[in-house]
Design a protein around this ligand. Sequence first.
Ligand code: GLC
Length: 669
Amino acid sequence: MIQKYVFGDPIRTEAVVSRIGEGDSLRYFAVEETEDGRLIFSRALSDHDVLYGLGETVRGINKRGWIYVSDCTDETSHTEEKRSLYGAHNFLIVDGADRFGVFVDAAQKVTFDCGYTDPGRLTVTVEEGGCVLYLIENSGLREIVREFRAAIGRSYIPPKWGFGYGQSRWGYVKEEDIREVVRRHRDRGVGLDSVYLDIDYMERFKDFTVDGDRFPDFADFVREMKEEHIHLVPIIDAGVKIEKGYPVYEEGVENGYFCKNEDGTDYVAGVWPGRVHFPDVLNPPARKWFGRWYRVLLEQGIEGFWNDMNEPAMFYSGKHLREAEEELRGLNLDDMDVWGFFHLKDIVMGIANRPEDYASFYHRIDGRMVRHDRVHNIYGTGMTRAAAEAFEELSPDRRILLFSRASSVGMHRYGGVWMGDNQSWWSHILLNLQMLPALNMCGFLYTGADLGGFGSNATEDLLLRWLELGIFTPLMRNHAALGTRRQEFFQFGREEDFRSMIGLRYALLPYLYSEFMKAALTNDMMFLPLSFVYPEDPFAPKVEDQLMVGESMMIAPIYRQNASGRYVYLPERMKMYRLRSRDSMDEEVLEAGHHYVDAALNEVLIFIRPDHIVPMAAEGGVFAEQVDSENLRLLHFAEKRAVYDLYDDDGVSRDVTLEGHLRRIVVER
Ligand code: GLC
């Protein structure tokens, strides 16, 4: 059962799409309204309560013991003390003596104090402006998620090629850089479906332009790549460069489609291209206008995009930069003591992404001017919605790949998310794993992290271990920042191992695509904490580094440097496969309980449940379309009779249903 409770006069986020009845009196939480208009919902937590959810956040699967702030932020360092990342995913499940889900539908900042201030209390604070609270009660954890997901609408479905391997790097600047990457994969028989174009493909970082010197005939280049079965995926940033004669800028100004200052002039911020305006994607006509600009690239053969800097990130605001300059001038540079130095640092460090700046510009919503901080968390959603709605018109028959950095619940209908600027750290493999089920709970099924890590320098072993998790994530992309060590597989020695590992992704594609589609079409999760599948198992909620992937298997990746094995908990008897490649593996049946299992650097472990099947493509394939889901090899643990319904489709049609797309596979002993 799902019921809603309205507090104040909240902005409509459009996160929930079905009609939900209003409850009488709020259960589970005490509610208080402060004098300054904030809402505080709180309840006691017992020692046994476990908290799941909150999507893309730092720390574990059980969110207890930290404070998380939904306040979409361009955060470049995902360390434990951070409270906000790029998403605002306000859905949480409390599992204990009471079991329920709560969704805080609000466009402004929301703080979830999950036993940080007081270990025995959960306190949710909603900044001024009101909210709609949804409470969901159902028989189990997974059922609560399904009911919530039914209310927020079907998750985005990408084209099948979006499940292939992608190579990306901030720093591929010209055609030849990309040809070289493709050649190196193809020559060595390493799978690849896409190469991503970061900001350098544009002319002076202007959205919807292509630099003519670096890409003299872009449409032709896109065609050349397609002949190699490679999709180019350009980045689009939120800020529109202020430049006379640039049509996106000119049209936006002329029609009043940019965010405004209080006095009605266009708001100025600084991002990659220098001074920019932000398209007012929360205003329907402006959203429609911005979305239609994607046409320029679609017409040149592009079929996928990643939307970035849409928190929106600001290096500086036009107004504050001048103030900061004044303040800097006021410093005594001839004799600077420690306090002066700290002050200098504060001035400089405080220029980007300032809360005061977010509270100083406006959107036009339903005929009213609404201050940005009141709707901050739905801006990235607005941008991605702009693109997705345009694609429905511009590409009515074919799916377009689309994922975003900033997001809120509701955006899951329009696109996926990548997990932003992580680092080449071992701990970030685990963080990648822990975010997966939490994002799935909020509807984000198409997701993945920058494999190998975005910031910092990757090593061969780190990349290989990370790929051993990445081969399971729907978005499987190796991406890195400008200035970091190059981390394409061919930069390292173990060529055979990389080929085999990426080959395993293509081998597992029939199963992974099937599980993704079933999850999307039934509002289910693809990655689940063990406790969602084994609710009676008292140890399952304590497992923070293993996941169920779809209905047949569990994974337990290695995420520690120099480890040649790990502890694994089995909630039931399972068959472990130690996979080295599609053709080289060994298997062993393990009893329920705790085990230490070895896994060399080139080995990935999967655990199959009793009477379950993981179908694998029997033959090789170096791009998704080449994977033959008819000719299968079955990894299974059939004790009596194992059944699997394999979903498959043409990989591009938008209108899909389970019906007519399932094929039953049976293994009998
Ligand atoms: C942001 C993105 C990153 C991208 C970079 C340059 O940091 O998160 O993925 O490479 O901008 O566009």
